[in-house]
Design a binder for this molecule. Structure first.
Ligand SMILES: NC(=O)c1ccc[n+]([C@@H]2O[C@H](COP(=O)([O-])OP(=O)(O)OC[C@H]3O[C@@H](n4cnc5c(N)ncnc54)[C@H](OP(=O)(O)O)[C@@H]3O)[C@@H](O)[C@H]2O)c1
Length: 263
């Protein structure tokens, strides 16, 4: 199926590896012009080279830390200088630290807010006006299944990502009539470097061996396996597509059926 987004301009944040890279890859395969960002310049360049080979479109990259206001300013300036405006904006960033709620400090919450919430607000404020003017735009945000079912030891992710989801739902109402869709993609457990880190921290709480913990975890997923990053990227590409024009204000779980609630 042709998604009708060839030649559209996208910024995919935190896209040097993992889910962000998989989204960039799926968009590259659709012929979308891309800017990708992450902190590690060398890894970013490597990933941009891979994407360039897959894409008929442009692939640009800029290194920077989304938590840092100065780097966000550079990212915005770079994007405007390369593309002028954006058609597709993908919010993603590395996860916050794992902590139980009772061990979190005000500083932890501020840090998580600066990383997971503020960049979304700033990038949206910058790039939404031109999307509205053109009557076409896609805003896609990587969140987590934790916004639906809070996950033990991930108080910062549970809390801030839920706030992100509510803020974006509010925004989706405001811009739906302007042809701009705003959706969240909530991964269950998709195999990436972050998954290994998370599984290790959760396993330590149970005292189980790595193998036993994974067997138990996978048994709780109806699909009986972890997700593949390309499967996640494909859903993002659909949300960016012309065909997904009438899908907005949603959190789509990509979780092999793990979400228990029916609403
Ligand atoms: N994988 C899953 O199953 C899963 C499940 C639930 C939620 N999530 C969430 O989804 C997001 C992506 O997960 P992932 O599995 O793809 O993680 P990952 O494999 O660790 O990749 C994270 C990406 O974000 C970049 N990044 C990290 N911190 C950044 C920062 N401050 N500024 C700019 N770029 C930054 C990394 O590059 P640099 O290190 O070079 O910056 C990398 O490209 C995370 O927030 C994660 O918590 C993932």
């Amino acid at each position: 199926m042709d998604f009708g987004i060839k030649g559209k301009r996208a910024l995919v944040c935190a896209a040097s590896r993992g889910l962000g890279f998989a989204i960039a890859k799926a968009l590259a395969e659709e012929g979308v012009d891309l800017i990708i960002s992450a902190r590690d310049q060398a890894k970013l360049k490597q990933s941009a080279d891979v994407l360039s080979k897959l894409s008929e479109g442009k692939v640009e990259f800029i290194a920077g830390d989304l938590s840092a206001a100065a780097d966000r300013k550079k990212l915005i300036g770079f994007t405007q200088s390369k593309f002028g405006a954006l058609d597709i904006l993908v919010h993603n960033v590395g996860g916050p630290q794992s902590k139980p709620a009772q061990s979190t400090s005000s500083h932890d919450w501020q840090e998580a807010f600066d990383k997971l919430f503020l960049p979304i607000v700033e990038l949206n404020q910058t790039f939404l006006p031109s999307m509205k003017e053109k009557k076409w735009g896609r805003i896609i945000t990587v969140t987590s299944l934790s916004v639906i079912e809070p996950i033990a030891n991930l108080a910062l992710s549970n809390g801030i990502r839920s706030a992100v989801t509510a803020m974006l739902k509010t925004l989706s109402d405001e811009v739906a009539a302007d042809g701009v869709t705003v959706n969240c993609l909530a991964p269950g457990l998709i195999q990436t470097a972050r998954t290994d880190e998370l599984m290790e921290s959760r396993r330590q709480m149970t005292g189980q061996s790595k193998e036993d913990y994974m067997v138990d975890y996978v048994a709780s997923i109806p699909a009986k396996r972890l997700g593949d990053a390309d499967e996640f990227g494909a859903v993002a590409a659909f949300l960016a597509s012309q065909q997904a024009q009438y899908v907005t204000g949603q959190t789509i779980c990509v979780d092999g059926g793990k979400r228990r609630s029916v609403h």
